[in-house]
Design a protein around this ligand. Structure first.
Ligand code: ADP
Ligand code: MG
Length: 704
């Protein structure tokens, strides 16, 4: 039964009588190859034919739908190759003239005394009214029956599909309508009855019928709700099951501290130059609790920039090492890895642990020794870049792997830190990109989430302003004042690759030179950018960190994680060039100490989305509010840049608009997995089918 149905749905559309080979190849451009693809090719919008207006009530300048009788055979007037077709349309309330330009063939489609639905733009002047080039649909109404829109119920919304060259709306509509008619009453129900009844979701047949040909708005809403719910439900269930399979199959070392180790741990904690915030402490406890279990931890630690994630990571690594295991920490850039290395080394200075740094710059000899030390278990904590993922890096006994700024690594890689099939270290992922909870649920459905939702005491709001080119002098005066007070400044330029450099953009190097040779000739100006040699990059960063460099001109290489609490001023050139979350990340480089910090967004752009982003930034320092605003302004597709996020693509669901359904579907997943909702074995079968489809795996694939 299942095989049969699946086979019917997986049939190539070229097998269908009404789809020629040529058409099939056009459909392929739209990623439609099978009957199922066609069924799941949802309209992107609809032409609404459901609100009827009587002719008398038609309004000037609006697209409207009305029902009318053709009073006379249409006449055609030719002017050269052009033609005008005219007739008069009438209902009980009045009449309107209908005009079609260059569509002479409609003469035979518009029959005298027949009734049609018309849809088009109406023009009125005085008592005269006209509708131009309306589309129309014949209605089967007896000639003598009065036209009564109020009692007319047979209305519809016409689907509008995405097209590709060579495929018209009519062809796609027909093809979809055919498959819907053909199979829509025998589709396998992918959502268990218990789930549907709990959240009042319609059945699958109705959903597919109505999403393609909604009777009315209400029916559309019902169908849409079910399909969006299903999409969100399937993806989350799929991710959670993957995680569950991992948990069932794998074991992780139990990290339980001896009494002596606990004392050492407490000592190290007390030796820190500050007390942990309540939020840091809570998250640390959540992590330590995970480490005590024989199940591999998969935890995302989220915290806004400056919330102090590193020290939580350091203490988790310490616990792991005190239990006799090794720890690893990976960062996306060598600048950041180096900084983590220094921070962790400082924070755990009194602990007697052996901490090492491995990046692409580590020399061959040093690297060899280092790897030997790692393999022998002499090195307790290894910090580094992607270099850590190489096959030559073998730990003696890795207990905890931490990755920072995870979304820059891609979902696959987060598993790769571990080479042993059965035993996995605990994994902790840190992200400073405040991911709106809505997205986090999906993106990290297979991770537990901890939130550091508090900044260390004494931090001040960063004052943020927008400015224009004419303000540059004053901006430089402000910078000078900060430097005189013993602080340092960042100047950020948009990343411009050498080839396609646009002239109106500030390039980091040029700006640095002009500052050093001009206004700031008495100061030390440094510059870093991505293409700079790693050694030089490190040297510049170091001199900035040490306070030798007063002004650091940089591209977005400083976006993630760079920590210099003495920097209190940031000027962002061409601020319109940056995304909202990116601006927030950049701005997060200042305001890290107790002094007041200032961020200036320099831009010449007028009103628009870029201005709106800047305004949002001026109003709030709250990363989560900013992330939500970003999501709203851009839509989730753009949130991380489409490639990086590893999110499955949704056909109908919009993570911003469908937040409520996301929450409900999450609940449904919880209840199904906990056995609180009944799912029969047969239903599981189809549920699995649904998950495979939603996660984009072709059904029957062994992957799930
Ligand atoms: P992020 O979460 O952005 O990675 P960091 O871990 O880099 O933040 O911490 C930012 C700065 O705050 C660092 O200089 C760090 O030493 C400091 N810091 C961290 N926790 C606290 C705390 N509880 N009290 C005071 N300062 C702290
Ligand atoms: Mg950080």
């Amino acid at each position: 039964m299942k095989e049969q149905l699946t086979a019917a749905l997986m049939r190539p559309i070229s097998d269908l009588k009404y789809i020629s080979k040529r058409r099939a190849s056009l459909f392929k451009k739209l990623d439609i190859e099978t009957v199922l693809d066609l069924l799941r090719f949802f309209p992107h919008s609809y032409e609404d034919w459901t609100s009827l207006t009587s002719i008398r009530a038609l309004e000037d300048g609006q697209e409207q739908v009305f029902m009318a009788r053709v009073t006379a055979m249409p006449t055609i007037q030719y002017k050269g190759r052009r033609s005008i077709l005219r007739t008069t349309l009438r209902d009980e309330s009045g009449r309107i003239s209908g005009v079609w330009f260059n569509q002479p063939y409609h003469q035979k489609n518009l029959l005298k005394d027949h009734v049609y639905l018309f849809r088009g733009k109406v023009q009125k002047s005085g008592r005269f009214q006209q509708v131009t080039n309306p589309t129309f649909e014949p209605l089967d109404l007896p000639e003598d029956k009065p036209i009564a829109p109020e009692s007319f119920t047979d209305l519809f919304m016409k689907p509008i599909y995405s097209l590709t060259k060579g495929l018209t709306q009519g062809v796609v509509r027909n093809a979809v309508a055919h498959v819907v008619d053909g199979v829509a009453d025998q589709l396998p129900e992918t959502l268990p009855r218990s789930v549907r009844s709990q959240w009042q979701l319609c059945n699958i047949n109705y959903a597919y019928e109505q999403i393609h040909h909604p009777q009315d708005r209400q029916a559309f809403a019902v169908a849409h709700r079910r399909l969006v719910f299903e999409e969100l439900f399937m993806v989350q269930l799929g991710l959670r099951r993957l995680r569950q399979q991992e948990i069932d199959a794998l074991t992780a070392p139990v990290i339980n501290l001896s009494v002596e180790a606990i004392i050492r741990f407490k000592k190290a904690r007390q030796a820190l130059p500050f007390n942990l915030t309540d939020a840091q402490d809570r998250v640390l406890q959540e992590v330590l609790a995970d480490l005590k279990r024989p199940v591999p931890m998969s935890r995302l630690v989220q915290g806004d920039v400056g919330s102090g994630k590193t020290v939580v990571a350091a203490l988790a690594l310490l616990a792991c090492c005190l239990a006799g295991l090794q720890g690893a920490m990976m960062a996306p850039t060598s600048v950041l890895a180096t900084q983590h290395y220094k921070n962790v080394a400082t924070q755990l200075a009194g602990s007697g642990l052996n901490i090492a740094l491995l990046t692409g710059q580590t020399g061959a000899k040093e690297r060899r020794e280092l790897l030997a030390g790692v393999a022998a278990g002499e090195i307790d904590i290894l910090i580094g870049t992607h270099a850590l993922l190489e096959d030559t890096v073998v730990f003696r006994h890795l207990g905890l792997a931490i990755t920072d700024e995870q979304h820059r690594f891609g979902v696959r890689q987060r598993i790769r830190l571990t080479k042993d099939e059965m035993n996995r270290p605990h994994v902790m992922v840190m992200s400073a990109t405040p991911i709106p909870r809505t997205l986090a649920l999906i993106l990290y459905g297979d991770l537990d989430i901890s939130l550091i939702d508090e900044l260390p005491a004494g931090r001040q709001e960063i004052l943020t302003y927008t400015a224009r080119e004419k303000d540059r002098r004053r901006i430089y005066e402000l910078m000078e004042r900060e430097i005189q007070a013993g602080h340092q400044c960042y100047v950020i330029c948009p990343l411009v690759s050498a080839e396609d450099k646009e002239t109106d953009l500030q390039s980091a190097v040029e700006l640095a030179i002009s500052l050093q040779e001009g206004v700031f000739s008495h100061r030390n100006v440094g510059v870093v950018y991505g293409e700079l040699k790693e050694k030089e990059k490190q040297a510049v960063m170091q001199s900035f960190q040490d306070g030798d460099c007063d002004i650091l001109v940089a591209t977005t290489v400083v976006e993630v994680g760079v920590d210099n609490p003495n920097a209190t001023f940031m000027l962002i050139e061409n601020a319109e060039r940056f995304g909202l979350s990116q601006l927030h990340q950049l701005r997060g480089r200042i305001g890290r100490g107790s002094a007041r910090s200032i961020c200036v967004l320099l831009s010449e752009v007028g009103e628009g989305i870029a201005r709106e982003r800047m305004r949002t930034l001026c109003h709030t320092n709250d990363g989560f509010a900013i992330a939500e605003a970003d999501l709203e302004l851009r839509g989730p597709g753009d949130f991380f840049g489409t490639r990086q996020h590893g999110l499955p693509e949704f056909r109908l669901a919009n993570l911003y608009q469908d937040k409520d359904l996301l929450v409900l579907s999450r609940k449904a997943v919880d209840m199904v997995l906990a056995g609180e909702l009944e799912v029969t074995p047969r239903e599981w079968d189809w549920l699995e089918f649904g998950m495979e489809i939603s996660l984009g795996v072709s059904p029957g694939h062994p992957g799930l």
